[in-house]
Design a protein around this ligand. Structure first.
Ligand code: CDT
Length: 301
């Protein structure tokens, strides 16, 4: 029976001018608070090290690449890994990855409690568009700056728990959760940056966006009998509001921890992973109940 105290390190706004050093200092402060509350596994947001730069249209390759990390850990992120090792906290966070071959991904990594990287995920469902869109209230250029992830949806047994990662828009796709669920996932970690308003539909505001996020995270948890931690970057970044709404959900789909602010805020939930077994062996016993002979359309179109 494995138990872990899971923390969600929601982060408030990161401005375009904020340095990596300043952001890492905030992440370390959240980690120290997490340690004082007994957290053993800490989840940070998508693109945790920078502002949500895909809202900015850029043509200059060097300007774009400045938002990316060429190594992980690198000189600026090493103090975060050192602190995690010192405090014995496993963690996951998102960042923009530039590979030695010059490929660009929206990535998250997973570490164990010794500060060693045990897993990497590259975002598969990239929302938005490639070119400047004059019809939008603001830009969402993930398809311009990243290529779709090439690692699939793996899981890792980390600290006794089967863990998988997804990133932001991935949470809206049941296929994400089912790919992880089919591998027995017990904790899905998902960082996100979600604008508080829809750039193409003025009627959709904060209330609806929070609802859709919770709906997706709760359904994913319940339908795959897994804990889910959905953790936001929130607040107003250079005039552009991102919603908060970070939650941790149990394997029955109930919210067991919830952020109240749009600032740096820690949420904490003790998780008993034996609670995943009931759903996995009854209503969501995939081996007994799935009817894959009728699911071909899902992957053929
Ligand atoms: N970062 C990210 O994936 N955000 C998207 C915004 C969708 S609107 C283009 C999300 O699904 O929250």
């Amino acid at each position: 029976m494995t138990q872990l105290v899971v923390g969600g390190a929601q982060m408030g706004a990161i401005q375009r001018a904020d340095s990596r050093k300043a952001v890492i200092a905030r992440m370390i402060a959240l980690m120290e608070e997490a340690a004082s509350r007994g957290v053993e596994m800490l989840v940070y947001p998508e693109l945790a090290l920078t502002t949500f730069f895909p809202r900015w249209y850029m043509e200059d390759a060097a300007e774009v690449d400045a938002w990316f990390e060429r190594e992980m850990p690198g000189p600026q992120t090493a103090p975060l890994f050192e602190k995690a090792r010192e405090l014995g906290i496993a963690m996951t966070f998102g960042y923009a990855e530039l590979t030695p071959e010059g490929r660009h991904f929206n990535t998250s990594i997973l570490t164990n409690r010794k500060g060693e990287i045990v897993g990497k995920y590259r975002k598969i469902h990239l929302p938005g568009h490639v070119e400047y869109d004059t019809e939008r209230a603001f830009q969402h250029l993930e398809k311009r700056y990243f290529e779709p992830g090439d690692l699939g949806f793996p899981v890792w047994r980390n600290e006794g728990v089967v863990m998988g990662m997804a990133i932001c828009n991935d949470r809206r796709w049941p296929e994400t959760f089912r790919c992880l669920g089919l591998q027995g996932v017990e904790l899905v970690t998902i960082g996100y940056n979600t604008p508080s308003v829809n750039s193409q539909m003025s009627a959709e505001g904060l209330k609806e966006r929070l609802f859709h996020s919770e709906l997706s995270l709760q359904a994913g948890a319940y339908q795959n009998a897994t804990y889910v931690a959905g953790i936001a970057k929130a607040g107003v970044e250079d005039g552009h509001p991102l919603m908060g709404g970070s939650i941790i959900v149990d394997p029955n789909g109930f919210v067991i921890a919830r952020a109240e602010t749009e600032e740096d805020e820690l949420i904490v939930a003790p998780c008993d992973f034996s609670a995943c077994a009931f759903g996995k062996s009854t209503i969501f016993d995939f081996a007994r109940h799935r009817r894959i002979e009728h699911y071909g359309r899902i992957t053929s179109q």
